[in-house]
Design a protein around this ligand. Structure first.
Ligand code: DGL
Length: 272
């Protein structure tokens, strides 16, 4: 089984693409909706929440966990990989979304890229760190969009103010940095507002989203790691867990995922 974790609904945009690309495997999704958003939390709090979430997914039997969240991938993933996994679950893997997205930025030939993300990701400068290793000539321009995750978690993405907020963030990025050739929606929640992003982005600017990127990189990863791939169950099952009420999760997640979802509640333990 493969596990997907996000602070809330955003990781569903990644899981949806992965399931389309690799339908045969079993998947388990966990959204920590009760504690979302993570974007403005301290790295220590994000780490503690992530540790509980990853431990839950590994105990459920996931051999591979995808952190379908940029905030967690920038703030906690390395510690999970280096401090937690080797002693607790040496035969399992936990992967994030930043490195594969940085590879895609380089593969697609982006030269001047806007990174739209949470405060936590912007503060971490994780895309600068990853892109410096891959192609230091790529210019990166960050724009924090702190209001978007709360709007989406509340299911208010179709209300007019969400369009206004997206237009303000993009307006300020383009006014400040001018000549940008691409933007990456570097928060897995943002594709839910893709139409608004497209409306307020100049037509010649490419918009990269992470669902399709992660789906194709995961396919490559599994091909390169038969020791994991051969142990994955292939019954096409999907299970969904949320730390918030199942009714709310089922209603909104079904909209975001495009299929009816029946989730189960889980308590991970509150640290704040
Ligand atoms: N989907 C998460 C991300 O990609 C949102 C983080 C949050 O909870 O603020 O960063």
């Amino acid at each position: 089984m493969m596990g997907f974790f996000d602070s809330g609904f955003g990781g569903l945009t990644v899981l949806k693409s992965v399931v389309q690309e690799l339908p045969e495997y079993n998947y388990l999704y966990l959204g920590d909706n009760a504690r979302a958003p993570y974007g403005e939390r301290s790295p220590e709090t994000v780490y503690e929440c992530t540790l509980q979430a990853v431990d839950f997914l590994l105990k459920e039997g996931c051999l591979l966990v995808i952190i379908a969240c940029n905030t967690v991938s920038s703030g906690a993933l390395r510690r999970i990989q280096q401090e937690f996994l080797p002693s607790a679950y040496p035969d399992r893997k936990v992967l994030g979304v930043v490195r594969p997205s940085a590879e895609e930025i380089v593969d697609r030939g982006c030269r001047r890229i806007g990174i739209l993300a949470t405060e936590g990701v912007v503060r971490s400068k994780i895309y600068t760190e990853e892109l410096e290793k891959l192609n230091p000539s790529v210019k990166i321009f960050y724009q924090a969009c702190p209001l978007l995750v709360p709007i989406i978690e509340a299911g208010k993405q179709d209300e007019e103010h969400s369009d206004v907020v997206v237009s303000e963030y993009l307006g300020s990025l383009f006014a400040r940095e001018g000549d940008i050739d691409s933007i990456l929606l570097s928060c897995t929640h943002y594709p839910i507002l893709y139409e608004a992003f497209r409306r307020h982005t100049p037509p010649h600017v490419k918009i990269l989203t992470q669902g399709s990127i992660i789906a194709s990189k995961l396919r490559d990863y599994l091909a390169r790691h038969p020791e994991i791939e051969e142990r994955l169950s292939r019954k096409g099952t999907r299970a969904f867990f949320s730390t918030d009420s199942p009714e709310k999760f089922n209603r909104l997640a079904s909209v975001f995922y495009g299929e009816c979802i029946q989730s189960m509640p889980v308590t991970l333990g509150f640290s704040d």
